[in-house]
Design a protein around this ligand. Structure first.
Ligand code: FES
Length: 211
């Protein structure tokens, strides 16, 4: 059967550039696609003076197109300033690969999203957020929508894992509807803390389980 992918996509799939993780990254993010449940993580090293992305790596937990678009997004972003990299669109990523099958457009959307989230994480961790919106339950919930529930392959909000959210004086308390001994409890907790703790007005994130 003929491959739905062109040669360039297949080449990036077979020999993806910039794979792996960066120890002690300046910014990082993991995003999942609501369209398919696939995931991708991205790590950044940014020059503190010039704000140029001088190292970038990704890990894919998804389809061939997820791997190829992760690969191309790292190539497009490397050497750009964070402001330039923020403006890379999924259409550019797809074009740089010579086009993707229509049904796979969301894979390039996911690659762009994870890049933007990693840059946002960098900006939040380095006090570069200019729009200082006070964290609300809605903002926390929105971030938790980016935390995957590996039991169901969907986010933890959609799968009703978030039982309670409380924000008091810079401390966010989240109650997750799972036993603390569940095999995925720690992974979900770490991911949730990571998504919330970088918010500019949050000092501490406490995650509790239902038993
Ligand atoms: Fe899910 Fe490609 S099918 S990212």
């Amino acid at each position: 059967m003929a491959s739905p992918y062109n040669d360039l996509v297949l080449e990036h799939f077979k020999n993806p550039r910039n794979t792996g993780r960066i120890d002690d990254p300046d910014g990082k993010a993991t995003e999942g696609s609501p369209a398919c449940g696939d995931m991708v993580s991205l790590y950044l090293k940014v020059d503190p003076e010039t704000k140029v992305i001088n190292d970038i790596k990704f890990e894919s937990y998804g389809c061939a197109s997820n791997i190829a678009t992760g690969s191309i997004i790292t190539e497009l972003a490397k050497g750009k300033t964070i402001d330039e990299a923020k403006n890379i669109t999924w259409q550019e990523a797809s074009e740089a690969l010579g086009g993707l099958p229509k049904i796979k457009a969301h894979c390039s959307v996911l690659a762009v999203e994870v890049l933007r989230s990693a840059i946002q994480n960098y900006e939040e961790k380095h006090g570069l957020v200019t729009e200082k919106v006070v964290t609300t339950e809605e903002i926390v919930r929105k971030r938790l929508k980016k935390v995957m529930n590996p039991i169901k392959g969907l986010d933890m909000v959609a799968t009703h894992l978030v039982k309670e959210i409380d924000i008091t004086g810079g401390v966010v308390r989240i109650v997750i509807d799972l036993p603390a001994t569940h095999q995925f409890a720690n992974a979900i907790k770490e991911d949730a803390v990571e998504k919330i703790e970088s918010l500019w007005d949050i000092d501490q994130v406490i995650v509790e389980f239902t038993d």
